[in-house]
Every structure is written in structure tokens, then in C-alpha cells.
Design a protein around this ligand. Structure first.
Ligand SMILES: [Zn+2]
Length: 285
């Protein structure tokens, strides 16, 4: 009887030990299995991330074949108005209709471009945010206030207006009051000289007075009719301007000469397709 009890005790102890050993083995084994499956899951995630990254890299490559991230298109406008192409051919070429202007700004906005001032661009071209664009307007015509400003503000955009000092308050040109209102609305005003002379032909003293007497709220300059030479360029620098735009075709690059910045001319006959292409390729028109 006693022997039987001892035997049962030994058997139970043995069973308990076997159960403990199997349980421990199971725990160790399941932990190893869990780690392996976790690792394989991480690998799967990595490879799926790689798969997702591929098209992005391809897109970036495609983008670098077009405009580079540091390229900044500087668009050049004159009049924003409706004009009859048959009775005023020159005026037509210099004019973009308010409808076309709005379509252009709408597309720029959809593409995610942000307008910046020429001053901020020239202060450090390499720091220009991706998808920056500058909208510039030459000569300071009155339709800048009547037609361009409402569309610019609708899209939360700003523009850079190059003013001919002697034309302020003249018929069809901006008034001082309109310039003040536009300045308050965040618009930038640069100089376009006092009398719009050809700076490539003007005498040094004349160039100097045209440059110094025409300064606006921003130290940026536009050569009248895009005409300049090395003397005019040097005098522009010496007069305290930080950069100057030309009428040379192209997109400003981070290594562009700050006193010979190219622009994209937008004319009366610029179609929306041509407009898009000139910005997307970074090559201008
Ligand atoms: Zn001009």
C-alpha cells in the first residue's frame, strides 16, 4: 500500500516535470517563431516602401529633366486689359486680357506655386522655396490697379511692379494713391527709371540720376525695354540695387547673374498651353 502510494507520487512528479519541460520548450520555441515572423514582416514593409518609393524617384528624375527646384520663373507682363488686335497691334502684344490673366494665375495656383517678391529672391536665390514664382509688371499702367490687383488678391498672390517715376499720376498710369493701396495689399514696387531711357546709349550722369531718383519701396530694378550694357549694369549695382531684370528669355537659376535676370514674356497671343510649357520646361518661351 505504502509502495503503491510512493509509486503514484513518483509518477505524478514525473508527469509534472515532463509538463514543465514541455511548457518551457513551447514558450522558448514560440518566442523564437514570433521574432522570425516579426522580422519577415519588417522586411515586407521595407520592400513595399521601396516599391512605393520607386515612382517618386522616377518622378523626381523626370522633374530634374524639366525645371530644377532652384529655378524661379519671373513672368513679365505689361498691360492687363482688353484691346483690339487689329486696331492696336503693338498694344495687343503688350496686353494680356483679364480673362487670360486669371486663367494663368488659376493654373499657377493649382500647380502649387507661391509668389515671392523679387527682393526676397535676390536676397538669397539659393534659399528660394521650391515652386517659387515672381509675377512682374513693367511701366506701372493703371490697369495694374483696376484689373491685375483684384485677380492677384483673389489667388492670394503678390506682384512686382516696375514704375516709371515721371509717369506716376499721369493718364493711364498708376496714381500715388493707388501705389499706396497696392503697397498696403503686399505688392512690391521696383524702379524702372524716371523717364524710361535706353540705358545702353545714355551718358553716365544721366544713368546715375535715372537710377537714384527713381527708387521705390524695393531695391530691385528693370532695365527699360531690357536695354543695358556693362556700364549701366555696374552703375545699377553702385546705386544700391540688389538685382535687375532684363527682357532676356528664360528662367532665373541660382547661378544666374543677379543683374541680368531673364524673364518669361507673357504677350497677348500667349496661349495657356504655351504659358504652361514655358514654366514647366524652365526654358521660357
Ligand atoms: Zn518699360
Amino acid at each position: 500500500m505504502k509502495n503503491t502510494k510512493t509509486l503514484i507520487f513518483y509518477i505524478l512528479t514525473l508527469i509534472t516535470l515532463v509538463v514543465i519541460i514541455f511548457a518551457s520548450a513551447f514558450i522558448v520555441l514560440s518566442k523564437t517563431l514570433f521574432k522570425t515572423s516579426n522580422a519577415s514582416q519588417t522586411n515586407t514593409t521595407n520592400s513595399s516602401e521601396k516599391a512605393v518609393q520607386m515612382p517618386i524617384t522616377t518622378l523626381a528624375d523626370a522633374h530634374s529633366n524639366l525645371a530644377s527646384n532652384n529655378d524661379v520663373p519671373i513672368l513679365m507682363y505689361h498691360y492687363i486689359r482688353n484691346v483690339n488686335p487689329t486696331t492696336d497691334k503693338l498694344g495687343y502684344n503688350l496686353s494680356v486680357t483679364p480673362t487670360n490673366f486669371e486663367n494663368q494665375l488659376s493654373w499657377i495656383s493649382e500647380q502649387g506655386y507661391k509668389t515671392i517678391t523679387l527682393n526676397s529672391y535676390c536676397s538669397n536665390p539659393k534659399l528660394a522655396p521650391d515652386k517659387s514664382i515672381i509675377l512682374s509688371f513693367d511701366d506701372g499702367y493703371r490697369d495694374a490697379f483696376n484689373n491685375a490687383l483684384p485677380i492677384l488678391t483673389k489667388y492670394n498672390f503678390i506682384g512686382t511692379f516696375f514704375i516709371i517715376k515721371s509717369k506716376i499720376d499721369r493718364l493711364n498710369y498708376l496714381t500715388s494713391n493707388q501705389i499706396s493701396q497696392m503697397t498696403a495689399a503686399g505688392m512690391e514696387f521696383g524702379s524702372h527709371t524716371v523717364t524710361h531711357p535706353n540705358l545702353a546709349l545714355a551718358k553716365i550722369d544721366k544713368i546715375k540720376s535715372e537710377l537714384t531718383e527713381s527708387k521705390q519701396n524695393s531695391p530691385v530694378f528693370a532695365y527699360p525695354s531690357g536695354k543695358y550694357n556693362q556700364i549701366a549694369l555696374q552703375l545699377t549695382k553702385e546705386a544700391g540695387y540688389i538685382c535687375a531684370v532684363t527682357t532676356n528669355n528664360g528662367v532665373a537659376k541660382s547661378n544666374s547673374s543677379l543683374f541680368e535676370l531673364p524673364r518669361i514674356r507673357v504677350s497677348g497671343n500667349t496661349t495657356l498651353e504655351t504659358f504652361k510649357k514655358s514654366i514647366l520646361t524652365g526654358k521660357g518661351l
